[in-house]
Write a protein that binds this ligand. Sequence first.
Ligand SMILES: Cc1cc2nc3c(=O)[nH]c(=O)nc-3n(C[C@H](O)[C@H](O)[C@H](O)COP(=O)(O)OP(=O)(O)OC[C@H]3O[C@@H](n4cnc5c(N)ncnc54)[C@H](O)[C@@H]3O)c2cc1C
Length: 381
Amino acid sequence: MKMKHMVLVGAGMVGLSLAVGLRQQGHRVTLIERGQRPVFGTEPELRVSAIAHTSRDLLVSLDTWQGLPAQRLGPYQAMEVWDYDSFGRIQFSAAEVNQDDLGSIVENKVLEQILWDRALAAQVEFLTGVSVSAVEQDQQQVQLRLDDGREITADYLFAADGGKSTVRSLLHIPQTFWDYEQTAIVATIAISHPHQNTARQVFLPTGPVAWLPLADPNQVSLVWSADTARAQQLLALSAEDFVRELQVVSDQCLGDLSLHSERLSFPLRMQYAQTWLVQRALILGDAAHTIHPLAGQGANLGLADVKSLLKVTATEFSQRDLRDWERERKAAAVTMIGTMEAFKRGFGTPNPALKFARGLGLRVADKFAPLKQTLIKSALG
Ligand SMILES: Cc1cc2nc3c(=O)[nH]c(=O)nc-3n(C[C@H](O)[C@H](O)[C@H](O)COP(=O)(O)OP(=O)(O)OC[C@H]3O[C@@H](n4cnc5c(N)ncnc54)[C@H](O)[C@@H]3O)c2cc1C
């Protein structure tokens, strides 16, 4: 197979994973990142992701998962989901599907630092502290101008430069989007009852609240998604008052809570790029799709883009193969966007009949083993 020169933009977990995978295949890789090498601290980082088994398998094949420090990984063996407003509750456990865990909570910066070092060892050529200012291409090659004046010519351009993608704008790719009208507040919370490696989520009428188990049995990562007005109120509260509100919605499932970090907030928006492939340039990860974090699937979706793209680049691929990749990945993203919307609308409704049906649905799913196993298997990815 003839090796190609790929230029990548964006060294988040999606761009870095792709860079390592392409180098494993022998391609030449130049990775442009406007920031610098991420360095994680001693305290848990506030941005975390629930990494599903399929994503973990990709990271194992990239020789990266093995490098993640065990003391920074939160494998979860069970999940509890309940409805604040009704009797509905469902519990899943890894044992029900003969697995050790249902996934792992990973701090984004920890994963990114390990991936970055893996990419350096694999001789990815990094250009840091720069952005892209122009993209031109023809049938044979793609040419990038950087904002420091440098020019790069390559066979293909793969951009994973996040939700505000510069490359997507430079390629004039239109987007479908809507505002979820919610904001996610994230923080590290200290808890008096150990989390027992269980991920918990309660659906409130104003949005879902998730407590994700960290490596320390007495710490969880909070992702509180709330209608924007409510989120602003919560952010304006003192630490004590914020914790008091959180204590109320937690139903005491984690004992006494206290705030262990600052609070960060992220406005939530669905974005879906209408085209992912323009001649020899393609976009993936958050640059192509962003979704509500309620099922913890955004990064998993991006890593699945990578896994599938690596199957294409492992061959002497043609434009048609890239077009097939685009079709397959767009279908997966649309399915996920639809599922998130159904969840959000289903749990956000004040309609009493729908609330009753929702409670009943959760109870039935909890008691009916085959349905439950199907749900668990789809959550594993
Ligand atoms: C509150 C919250 C909770 C979430 N929880 C989960 C979860 O549990 N599980 C899950 O799977 N997903 C989760 N997600 C989604 C997940 O965080 C994202 O899908 C994932 O981080 C996207 O990775 P990425 O590499 O595509 O983009 P990013 O992480 O945004 O990386 C983009 C990179 O590109 C660089 N860049 C940007 N512009 C340029 C430019 N012009 N030139 C050069 N470099 C550039 C940036 O500096 C950055 O390094 C959550 C999201 C939120 C908001």
